[in-house]
Structure formats: structure tokens, C-alpha cells
Design a binder for this molecule. Sequence first.
Ligand SMILES: Cc1ncc(COP(=O)(O)O)c(C=O)c1O
Length: 239
Amino acid sequence: MYDFLNDPRFAGIEKFKSKVWLSSPTMHGDDQRWVDEAIQTNWVSTVGANINEVEKQMAEYLGCKYAVGLSCGTASLHLTTKLAGEKLYGQAKPNAGTLAGHRVFCSDVTFDASINPVAYEDGEAVFIDTERETWNMSPEALEKAFQLYPEVKLIVVAHLYGTPGKISEIREIAERHGALIVEDAAESLGATYKGVQTGLFGDYGCISFNGNNVVSNSRFLIHRGVTTDLRHGCNEIAA
Ligand SMILES: Cc1ncc(COP(=O)(O)O)c(C=O)c1O
């Protein structure tokens, strides 16, 4: 492994005395009881009363029709990207993804789980620059990208570190160009933009309960990713 401590470029920088954990799992209140109950009642599964309840509460909290619990935020991004691809371009051909042969505009500063599904679905990510105020996708850069690639019909946009990007401006551009949005709100559950919860601006919205995101249920009791939807996807997911 590279010996950073003896690299002259870092001379004078001292090592932390103790480790600063990004997000260590903790148990509070009734957490242990819920874990025990799920195991005792044999509902460590993809379905069950706890998952139904989380889906219901999330939909109520966010103010959308449905929420669907999946294994993680990454899975919800893959599902929604696939659904968007099918909606736009029809069912995928055998051995090909739903985005085969198509470009997709994507946030250039984000966690890779936002973008990987574009590759899984055989699309080509075109990265859109970030703007200074929110560190998220620049509406101006997006508009320029549509001048270069007017045929693009899908945007994958993330809100980082709990700070919403300029998502209603991005929504307006998307509508003008007839494009769908997958909104990666994995890190921004509870954050609002112009009074609206993030996750509700996209045609498909994704949030995460990973311990290093805003709110965590960790991995034991429920499935972490919740897909929410404002317009198209949810009826299809819930069916
Ligand atoms: C912006 C962003 N998108 C997606 C994800 C993926 O979520 P998960 O870890 O639940 O798969 C993360 C996870 O940290 C994230 O920060």
C-alpha cells in the first residue's frame, strides 16, 4: 500500500489520534426488538408487514402515491433506470440493456451507484458539469448538453450531501426537451427544494437508508432502498 505518511507532499500533516468513523451502526429504542421480531416471525424476506409499513410511511412522509422497498438505493436506481429505458425505448432486445445505443445525461459529481445502472443497461453516460452553489448538476450545462445532443431523453441527477440541486430548473429543461428524470435522492431524504421533498421532482425518485446517508435502518430489518415516484413509474412498480 502507498506510504502516504512519508510522502513529502504531506509533510507536517499529522495522523489522527483515533479513527473518525464515517458511520458506525448503532441500535436505539426499539431497534433490537424489531430485528428479533422479524427473525422470530420468519419474515427476513423481500416481503412482510415491516416492509409494507415502511413503504406506507415513506409514501406518506414524502407525499407520493407509492413507495417500493428494495434491497438498497443502488437497486432502486437500477430498477428505475431500467423502467425509464423501457418507457422510452421499449422492451430490451435479448442480451441487451434497455438503454442500448442511447446517451443519458448524468451528474458528474456523485456516488457511482447513480451512474452504474446506465452502464448495466448498455447506455452511454454523458456527464453534465456541476455548479458552484449546490455542487450538483448545473442547469446551464444541461441546457448546453441538449444543444449538442438533442436526441437525449433521460437525465440521472443526484442531490449530494443533503443539499438539493437546482431540480425545478432541471425539471423545466427536461420537460422542454421531452426527457424523463431519474432523481437520485439517496443522500437527501428530508431535504426540500422550494418547499417540495427531494425525490418528488423526477419521473422516478430513489432514496437510501444506508448508514452513511441521512437516515438509516441499516441492513437488517428492512430493505434499504425505497423507490418513490411522482408521475410514471410507481403505478408500474406497484402493479
Ligand atoms: C448519491 C448516492 N446514490 C446512491 C447510493 C446508493 O445507495 P445504497 O448504498 O443504499 O445502495 C448512495 C450511497 O451512499 C449515494 O450516496
